[in-house]
Design a protein. Structure first.
Length: 115
């Protein structure tokens, strides 16, 4: 199982970024996918989840209405569109796949939002 995030960077408050996670090593279309983030000095927190088909999406309250999770099962990718970014969105963003009882994580991509 391999997950590789990309798309992070430095953006001003109010700006947008689109993160992507490329996945390989398992039947991507059969599994829900999630994004998490970890701010400096804090624990990892859940951000969003998308069902295997993409029909259902779930968001943490702090990002609801600003972030959109999506997936392309033909390309084995899951994306996170982040709009109206705030400084408190700063952190390392990770995608996660729970496959056969094991959690699999990417290496993360840094998002920094300046005031």
């Amino acid at each position: 199982v391999q997950l590789v995030e990309s798309g992070g960077g430095l953006v001003q408050a109010g700006g947008s970024l689109r993160l992507s996670c490329a996945v390989s090593g398992f039947s991507f279309a059969n599994y829900a996918m999630s994004w998490y983030r970890q701010a400096p000095g804090k624990g990892r927190e859940w951000v969003a989840t998308i069902s295997s088909s993409g029909t259902n999406t779930y968001y943490a309250d702090p990002v609801k209405g600003r972030f959109t999770i999506s997936r392309d099962n033909a390309k084995n990718t899951v994306n996170l569109q982040m709009n109206s970014l705030k400084p408190e969105d700063t952190g390392v963003y990770y995608c996660k796949a729970s496959v056969r009882g094991s959690d699999n994580w990417g290496q993360g991509t840094q998002v920094t939002v300046s005031p």
